[in-house]
Design a protein around this ligand. Structure first.
Ligand code: HEM
Length: 345
């Protein structure tokens, strides 16, 4: 049974730090990065222990272009590929590089900073920083556009089912596909809209965060574009978005975890590419992504085994001596398996 990375099914945290890195050329850089990645769970324990109520966590995820270098041997996760750029009319979703993602979360910004600092020192010049975004919960977990974000995420009992790879890709069971996009919002344009128009763009009320009735919810609403079903069943992803920015430029850092990357991708296509009736996601008239990257967050077993992986052998470890409780992936993901299980969140 593969163990999950700590925090992977948790909440977004009051503070988040998203660190997207490139790995330098050469075998030494890759080896150093593998060493540090495998030590991240222990580093989280060391830093986080100073105040357990800070609930520090860090998910490590590996980019499509770096997979073979950082996880030598074996096969890559079945659906891992670079972010697929989208363009339709004025709407574009660029694909940008990223070999490694550290998704650090805590209830205290200083803990996010401290963990990033410690990891960064250990990585040294083996990496370059592509993007570092420090983000925060705005008021009662709202985006800067003023709407609560995350309400319709899968609930505790659904999370394993929608987020964690299982028997469909046994070598990568316990992992999850991660997609990030950094959105910069045009607040002059957004703030010029009446509340009713903003609510129609999202598909929920602004103050109370209640779904609009179907009759009042246009097909261009963000909620309508991102609700997808397959064989009659609604498909979900786990979003952990946070607000970021300065008084000059700000927006939403979008991050989603999914068991099936094609679900996230289908949502993106429905947002960006107008359908036969010319309908696309109205939210995109106000906010623009400046990045787009896919990663795979391996199981804790794979992560902690990276240091021992010779460059020509599979990197999958057989055991972990982690002292931190971690969730386990049952061989099947029936909801019944999750009831009464170990702490997943
Ligand atoms: C600037 C970027 C974005 C902002 C500000 C934003 C904001 C929101 C808000 C306010 C909600 C309603 C509350 C909730 O259920 O969480 C929502 C719902 C949702 N968003 Fe986004 N979102 C963004 C990007 C995306 C992207 C890129 C995707 C998918 C690839 C996505 C997928 C979803 C999904 C699946 C829902 C739940 C729909 C439902 O079941 O009602 N969002 N988003």
């Amino acid at each position: 049974m593969a163990q999950l990375q700590n925090g992977i099914l948790g909440g977004p945290g009051r503070s988040a730090l998203f660190l997207t890195l490139s790995v330098g050329p050469g075998a030494d850089a890759a080896a150093r990065v593998r060493d540090v990645c495998s030590a991240v769970p222990a580093l989280v324990r060391s830093v986080g222990h100073r105040d357990e109520s800070a609930a520090l966590s860090c998910v490590v995820a590996i980019g499509a272009d770096a997979w073979e270098r950082l996880v030598p041997g074996g096969t890559r996760p079945a659906q891992l590929h670079p972010f697929r750029e989208l363009a339709d009319g004025p709407r574009t979703a660029p694909s940008t590089p990223g070999d490694l993602l550290l998704h650090i979360r805590a209830e205290r910004a200083d803990f996010c900073h401290e963990l990033a600092r410690v990891i960064r020192v250990k990585l040294g010049d083996a990496v370059g920083v592509i993007d570092e975004t420090r983000a925060f919960a705005y008021l009662d977990s709202r985006d800067l556009i003023g709407f609560v974000d995350g309400t319709e995420n899968p609930g505790t009992e659904e999370r394993l089912q929608f987020v964690i790879v299982a028997d469909e890709d046994p070598e990568h069971a316990g992992g999850s596909y991660v997609t990030t996009q950094r959105y910069v919002t045009d607040f002059a344009r957004w703030d010029a809209c009446k509340t009713e128009e903003q609510e129609a763009a999202i598909g929920r009320t602004k103050a109370d965060d209640i779904e609009l009735d179907d009759a009042a919810c246009p097909p261009s609403a963000h909620k309508a574009r991102t609700t997808i079903t397959r064989d009659g069943a609604e498909q979900k992803i786990l979003r952990q978005n946070r607000a970021f920015g300065t008084s000059s430029e700000s927006g939403t850092y979008f991050i989603a975890y999914a068991r099936d990357l094609s679900v996230t991708e289908e949502m993106l296509v429905r947002m960006y590419v107008a359908d036969a009736d010319g309908v696309y996601d109205r939210l995109l008239d106000f906010t623009t992504p400046v990045s787009g990257t896919n990663f795979f967050a391996p199981s804790l077993d794979v992560l902690e085994g990276l240091a021992d992986a010779p460059a020509d052998a599979p990197a999958v470890a057989t055991a972990t001596d982690s002292t931190t409780p971690a969730a386990e992936v049952p061989s099947t993901l029936g909801i019944g398996d999750l009831r009464g299980g170990r702490g997943l969140i």
